[in-house]
Design a protein around this ligand. Sequence first.
Ligand SMILES: *Cc1c(COP(=O)(O)O)cnc(C)c1O
Length: 365
Amino acid sequence: MGEWNRVFNFAAGPAVMPESALLTARDEMLNWRGRGMSVMEMTHRSKMYLEIFDHTVSLFRELLHVPDEYAVLLLQGGATGQFAAIPMNLMTGSGRADYIDSGNFAHGAAAEAEKYGKVSIVASSRDDNYTHIPAWNESAFDKSADYFYITTNNTIFGTRYAQLPETGSVPLVADASSNILSEEMDIRRFGVLYAGAQKNIGPAGLTVVIVRRDLLGRPMPITPKIMNWTVMAEKDSMLNTPPTYAIYMAGLCLEWLKEKGGVAAIEKHNIEKASWLYDYLDESKVFRPTADKPSRSRMNVTFRTASDETDAAFVSYAQQRGLVNLKGHRLTGGLRASIYNAMPPEGVKKLVEVMKSFECSGQEA
Ligand SMILES: *Cc1c(COP(=O)(O)O)cnc(C)c1O
């Protein structure tokens, strides 16, 4: 692609980032805005670094329309770290939580929470290989649960909640690692919304936790300081050294998103990008989509051919044409195209073209 000979990268994460962010990082690598050093070399307590940090936080607040009554924490440990942090910070009332098991990450989050309290799986699509978001029955929800947990987009299986469960006064906690910033979300619907950065925000190493402030102040005494939201909110995420460079890079990516018109504007593009792929998959004789239609993700499009051999043949056919990382997750096999915000529309158009030409070439095994 262009001057830099870049490929179209359909990886699920770490994933494609906006070229403008990478180019700015290159230009600022040795000397950030005349301060004579790289962002990586700055102490996190310095005024110049705090400028970068505050800029990233305020872009998160602006782009996600985060109300004042929510804290935005920039942490480490990935989404997986939060699987443990969530119960340690919240499961101190009734000691119970409800989970919807809609995919492997939801399953892992529930298993981790079981170490700290009583977990109920109130709906699951595990027996159907997670090909859809399971239906739920609100009468089965625990009204005195400390929280209710979902994964808004299931990265591995390519499914997305088209609608959120109504949990009443029980705080909804959501892992939005693979669809944060891809579509408008009303933050007030959530007690906690969190995401690892390496899908749709920026590079790995940063985890964003948006938490309603009235949910702070109730951690378990055993909670490690660095996983303690209350302590981290008091210290503006600077109890210890934050992932300074990842926060800077996330800021550059968020600037790009803002220039693109923000979340509402990118959501329109995302719906369009996904529809090009699904429209083709619905009519193809070689490829078929694997997620049920009402549950389809706009970020991770999962599909397959009639055989593992043909899947593999397509992966190498596409790779030869500059389209990489189309192999499905090792748990599911098949194929997957992750088309996050930073995947240009041309990349998706090219993918559809290459799928069509593969179909015409009669290369199926
Ligand atoms: C990638 C992913 C995770 C795991 O993230 P880590 O940062 O590697 O811990 C969890 N949940 C979802 C939805 C993901 O896409």
